[in-house]
Design a binder for this molecule. Structure first.
Ligand code: FEO
Length: 396
C-alpha cells in the first residue's frame, strides 16, 4: 500500500516477496524485489513508473485508493522494461489521453511492447517540467542499462528518481537504507551492479560525473527496485564509482564442475597452493553445477583473478562450465586475470578450450592452463599446488 515519502511524494509500488527469479530465469532474487512507483501531488499530479504486468490490476486498484486517476496530469516512464511499464495497458485504459513522458527510445520500445498509440511526450537531458511549487528535471541515462533508461530529479524535495540505477532486488517493508540490515542491503546492491551494470561500467562513471556536475542537492535517491537511499545517499554513488572502476578485492575464486571428483581435487589442491603462497588472499571455491550463477558472477566481480576448471567430455567441457563462460564473456570484465585447469582421460581438450573462451572474453591469462590425467595422483596434486603458488605469486 501507499506510504508518504514527503508531503507531496508517495510510494505507490508493489513489494514482491515471492519473486525468486527475474529476467525469466537469468537473475536469481533470493530476497524478492519491489517495483517502485511514485506519485507526486503538487499543483500537477505526476505518476513515475508503474509495476510488472502480473501486479497491474492490484496496482491500479490500490492507486485508486490514493488518487482519483483523472487527477493524474502526467505519467513518466523512466524505463520501458516490463517490470516498470507492465501496468501501463491497464492504467492507460482508464486515462487514455494523459501524456506519457519518456525518452525517444522509450516511446519506441513501449510501442514495441504494447502496440498502443498513447500520447508520448519525449524528453532529453536538461528538459524540465513545471508542476507547481516544484520542477522536474530529466536526465537521459542511455544504456544504464537499456537505450531508453533515464532519471528524473524533483526540486524542492531534492529526490533523484534513478530507476534501475542504485536499485537492489531486495524486498523489505522497512523501505529505507538506514532501517534495513546493512549486510543484506549491500550484498543485494553489489549483486545487482555485478550482474546488470558491469558491462556498462564506463557509462556509469560518465553518467555519475555528469549528474554530479549539475550540482543538484540530493536528499533521497529513489530507485525502482528495493529500498530508498535517504541516509547519506552519496554512499551508494561513491560505491558505484568504485564498482565501475575495475573493482576487485583481495580474492581469488576457483569455479569448476567435476564428474568423478578429479577436477574437484585439482581445485582443492590449487587452493592449497594459493593459500601456502599467500595466506591473506581470500580463496573461494564453487562447483558451478551446484551454485547459483548470479552468485558466482558476484564473486567473480569481487575477485582479482579466477580459475576455471572442467574435465574433458566429448572433446569439450561440462555444460555448467560452458554456461558460466558465456556469462563471463558477456560481463566484459576489465582488469581481471584468469587461468584454466581440468582432469582428462584420453583426448584432454578442456583446459585449452576454457582458456580460449576466456581470451575471447578479453580476460588476461595469467598462466597457461593445467591438465592432469585421470584422478590426480600425488604428482598430479603436487603440480596443482605448484600451479596455485605460481598464480598467487604473480598476483602479489
Ligand atoms: Fe527494472 Fe531494467 O528494469
Amino acid at each position: 500500500m501507499a506510504f508518504k515519502i514527503t508531503d507531496q511524494v508517495s510510494w505507490v509500488g508493489k513489494i514482491d516477496w515471492e519473486l525468486r527469479s527475474f529476467h525469466g530465469d537469468e537473475y536469481s532474487t533470493h530476497r524478492g524485489s519491489s517495483y517502485n512507483s511514485y506519485l507526486i501531488e503538487d499543483e500537477k499530479t505526476v505518476l513515475i513508473d508503474t509495476v510488472w504486468g502480473p501486479f497491474a490490476h492490484e496496482y491500479v486498484k490500490n492507486l485508486k485508493k490514493t488518487i482519483d486517476l483523472n487527477k493524474i496530469d502526467y505519467v513518466i516512464a523512466l524505463h520501458s522494461e516490463s517490470d516498470h511499464s507492465g501496468a501501463l495497458p491497464i492504467l492507460m485504459n482508464e486515462i487514455p489521453s494523459v501524456p506519457i513522458y519518456c525518452t525517444a527510445a522509450g516511446a519506441k520500445i513501449i510501442k514495441g511492447h504494447y502496440h498502443q498509440d498513447w500520447n508520448f511526450v519525449e524528453y532529453k537531458t536538461g528538459d524540465t517540467l513545471d508542476i507547481g511549487s516544484k520542477q522536474l528535471v530529466f536526465v537521459e541515462a542511455k544504456m544504464l542499462h537499456w537505450p531508453d533508461s533515464s532519471f528524473v530529479y524533483l526540486t524542492g524535495d531534492n529526490i533523484l528518481f534513478s530507476n534501475d540505477a542504485f536499485g537492489q532486488h531486495y524486498a523489505s517493508e522497512l523501505m529505507y537504507n538506514d532501517l534495513v540490515d546493512q549486510g543484506e542491503l549491500y550484498q543485494e546492491a553489489l549483486k545487482y551492479y555485478a550482474n546488470i551494470l558491469t558491462p556498462f561500467s564506463p557509462l556509469v562513471t560518465r553518467k555519475i560525473d555528469e549528474v554530479l556536475k549539475l550540482n543538484l542537492p540530493v536528499d533521497i535517491i529513489a530507485p525502482s527496485h528495493g529500498i530508498l537511499w535517504r541516509d547519506d545517499p552519496a554512499q551508494i554513488i561513491k560505491k558505484y564509482l568504485q564498482w565501475a572502476d575495475q573493482y576487485q578485492e583481495n580474492q581469488i575464486t576457483i569455479i569448476y564442475d567435476t564428474m568423478w571428483n578429479g577436477t574437484k581435487r585439482m581445485a582443492e589442491a590449487i587452493a592449497e597452493g594459493i593459500k601456502a603462497a599467500d595466506p591473506i588472499v581470500d580463496v573461494k571455491l564453487y562447483n558451478l553445477a551446484h551454485t547459483d550463477k548470479n552468485d558466482v558472477i558476484t564473486e567473480l566481480f569481487k575477485s582479482k583473478a579466477f580459475l576455471v576448471g572442467s574435465p574433458t567430455i566429448n572433446r569439450g567441457i561440462l555444460s555448467a562450465v560452458a554456461a558460466a563462460l558465456e556469462l563471463i564473456a558477456g560481463m566484459g570484465f576489465k582488469g581481471k586475470k584468469a587461468a584454466s585447469f581440468g582432469s582428462y582421460g584420453w583426448s584432454g581438450e578442456s583446459s585449452a578450450i576454457i582458456q580460449e573462451r576466456l581470451q575471447a572474453g578479453k580476460i588476461e591469462i595469467i598462466e597457461p592452463g593445467l591438465k592432469v590425467l585421470w584422478n590426480p595422483d600425488a604428482d598430479g596434486l603436487k603440480s596443482c599446488r605448484e600451479f596455485g603458488q605460481i598464480i598467487a605469486d604473480k598476483l602479489k
